[in-house]
Design a protein around this ligand. Structure first.
Ligand code: FE2
Ligand code: FE2
Length: 176
């Protein structure tokens, strides 16, 4: 027998009826909500900076080897926007407000916006940004632990895709 204590049905039902206006955030939510919201908003900013950087790179990619790279840049831009949307949705579920103020995006972002002077520089900067995202998301996942499984799962899904992105950029860089 496990000695894990599950909350009894009666208590669960009573708790659910309290603070109904809090929506998805119940009394059993044990994470520091303010901190989780801050991390989600920093990640939202990171994703948007990545969308903008990949868009710039997509339109600016020129040269013989640019076509393959440009298609990768475009695909990544689309996926970064999907990540941003998942984060924004979770922020609202947790009772926060997603920060889309452009003046704040680059300040809050972990990754940087670097235009890059040529294709090789672009790919290199994208690889650096992906590596920053991978490290910061891994740390966030460790910080969340088992306190907020849904937010954790969102970050885990995004992390897996950032690792693929980093791999794609590393492959491209080898050919340049
Ligand atoms: Fe992303
Ligand atoms: Fe990425």
């Amino acid at each position: 027998m496990s000695d894990m204590q599950l909350t009894d049905k009666q208590t669960l039902r009573e708790r659910a009826r309290k603070n109904v206006e809090e929506g998805a955030v119940t009394e059993g939510y044990s994470a520091n909500r303010e901190e989780i919201l801050r991390l989600l908003n920093e990640s939202l900013a990171t994703e948007w900076v990545c969308v903008l950087r990949y868009k710039r790179h997509y339109f600016m990619a020129t040269g013989i080897k640019a076509h393959v790279a440009a298609q990768e840049f475009l695909e990544h831009a689309t996926q970064e926007m999907e990540h941003a949307d998942k984060l924004a949705e979770r922020i609202v579920q947790l009772g926060g407000e997603p920060e889309f103020n452009p003046d704040l995006l680059s300040k809050n972002s972990h990754a940087q916006y670097v235009a890059g002077k040529n294709l090789k520089e672009m790919v290199y900067e994208d690889l650096v940004a992906e590596r920053i995202a991978v490290d910061s998301y891994r740390e966030i996942i460790q910080y969340i632990g088992d306190k907020d499984p849904t937010t954790r799962r969102i970050f885990e899904e995004i992390l897996a895709q950032e690792e693929e992105h980093a791999d794609d950029m590393a492959d491209l860089l080898k050919g340049l």
